[in-house]
Design a protein around this ligand. Sequence first.
Ligand code: FEO
Length: 171
Amino acid sequence: MLSKKLLKALNNQLNKEIYSAYLYLSMSSYAGSIGLKGSANWFMVQYQEEMVHAMKVFTFINSRGEHTDLAAIAAPPTEFRSLLDMFQQTLAHEQTITASINELTDLALAEKDHATNIFLQWLVTEQIEEEENDRDIIGKLKLIGDNGQGLLMLDNELAARVFVPPPATAA
Ligand code: FEO
């Protein structure tokens, strides 16, 4: 059982994780359309990771004897100025997700819901890596500037990212 307030907040987080997946799916499509296939791959893997986050929240809600309250998912942007713009938007978005998970954790602690608090620790830790990855790529893109060769080299690097399902969701 979850309090009404915590259930609402978890449902809200579920919506945000699915929106995140939607946002990165859109970025993947855009990157592919401008010939950056490696970047398209990177964002496609990110889309898959976000769906894992969403399903973790979904499963947790049900495991506590509650049910989800699925809401409409907002449409993500479909046009971007550059790869740097995409990664800057990604980092800014992830920072809002981190803030949202922190608020959820504060709420779980205030309500002394230890099970939810323990569940949220995985997401808290995951956000450190998410933001770090984005910052690293933004740093490289700033160094590359207008150098097309450098951009293609980075795109090749981003092509190597593979989706690794966490043990709980592995087939
Ligand atoms: Fe699920 Fe990128 O936070």
